[in-house]
Write a protein that binds this ligand. Structure first.
Ligand code: NAD
Length: 267
């Protein structure tokens, strides 16, 4: 039985994660953590997540909640991740990170801590999206830069970072397939007299609105034909299930950073 603590447990993904841990036979909801001002603090995690009483109260003390835990799942905010990972590493507790939008400095902290503990870190935990990463790389290799590549993503109006971590990962897969550095070829939106589109450019476009869970499309536009790969998530449970699956996978792994591609055998 893997003992799981969720940080960000009071958020949209947090509640889906609580339900997914409770539903998984070989995982146990061991702790639920959020900010001190969260309106559900002190309440039973199962109750506010909609899966019945679990005898786990939402707390704001991560260090205490991790005492005796096996794995921490973090779906919070980019600024919170370095400290959360440091606390987990101090207790030799493995971590599954779904939080997106980390700065290079925040990313570096996570990398350093991965010398001490195994970490699964993926901008998108769904099987379909991870297949999309792998297919995008393959198609980019086959079609080459003569096919203009554009990425379009759409998420709900409350999402805090843009482009989505998933869109950035798709863009990296595309650049990798073409053996280019993403920073040299990325174009984030367009406005004004932009001139002709340079060969090899990768366009990345963000839409926000409504309650869209997460749509991603990669367009390869050639002469006389257009090839598109699309993934649409219709429910947050798809990410939660992937993250909770990762908690049982990681429990016997050596310290380093893994991603969902490793778990699904797509690397
Ligand atoms: P949300 O705002 O609904 O929830 C985030 C929760 O984290 C909130 O309850 C907030 O109070 C809490 N929080 C913030 N800082 C904290 C801290 N220092 N300590 C404890 N709790 C803290 O957001 P959400 O929609 O659930 O998304 C959370 C993150 O997960 C985002 O970065 C989002 O992009 C990412 N996400 C990843 C995937 C994936 O598959 N990897 C899928 C969906 C969302």
């Amino acid at each position: 039985m893997v003992k799981v603590v969720i940080v960000g447990a009071g958020g949209r993904m947090g509640k889906a994660l609580i339900r997914a841990v409770v539903a998984k036979e070989d995982a146990e909801l061991f702790g639920a953590v959020d900010l001190p001002n969260h309106s559900d603090l002190g309440k039973d995690a199962g109750e506010f997540a909609g899966c019945g009483e679990q005898n786990v109260r939402l707390t704001d003390n991560l260090a205490d909640a991790l005492e005796g835990a096996d794995v921490l799942i973090d779906f919070t905010f980019h600024k919170a991740v370095p400290n959360n990972v440091k606390i987990a590493a101090g207790k030799l507790c493995a971590v599954v990170i779904g939080t997106t939008g980390l700065t290079p400095e925040e990313t570096e902290v996570v990398r350093k801590e991965s010398f001490k503990i195994p970490i699964v870190w993926a901008p998108n935990m769904s099987v379909g999206v991870n297949l999309l990463f792998a297919l995008t790389k393959k198609v980019a290799e086959i079609l080459g830069p003569e096919f203009d590549a554009e990425i379009v993503e759409m998420h709900h109006r409350n999402k805090k970072d843009a482009p989505s971590g998933t869109a950035m990962r798709i863009a990296e897969s595309l650049a990798e397939g073409r053996k280019r550095q993403l920073d040299d070829v990325a174009c984030y939106g367009r406005k004004g007299i932009t001139g002709e589109r340079p060969v090899g450019e990768i366009g990345i476009h963000t839409l926000r609105g409504g309650d869209v869970i997460g749509d991603h499309t990669v367009i390869f536009a050639g002469d006389s034909e257009r090839f598109e790969l699309t993934h649409k998530a219709s429910n947050r449970d798809v990410f939660a299930k992937g993250a909770v699956f990762a908690t049982t996978w990681i429990s016997d792994k050596k310290p380093r950073i893994y991603d969902m591609q490793d778990i699904l055998g797509l690397n």
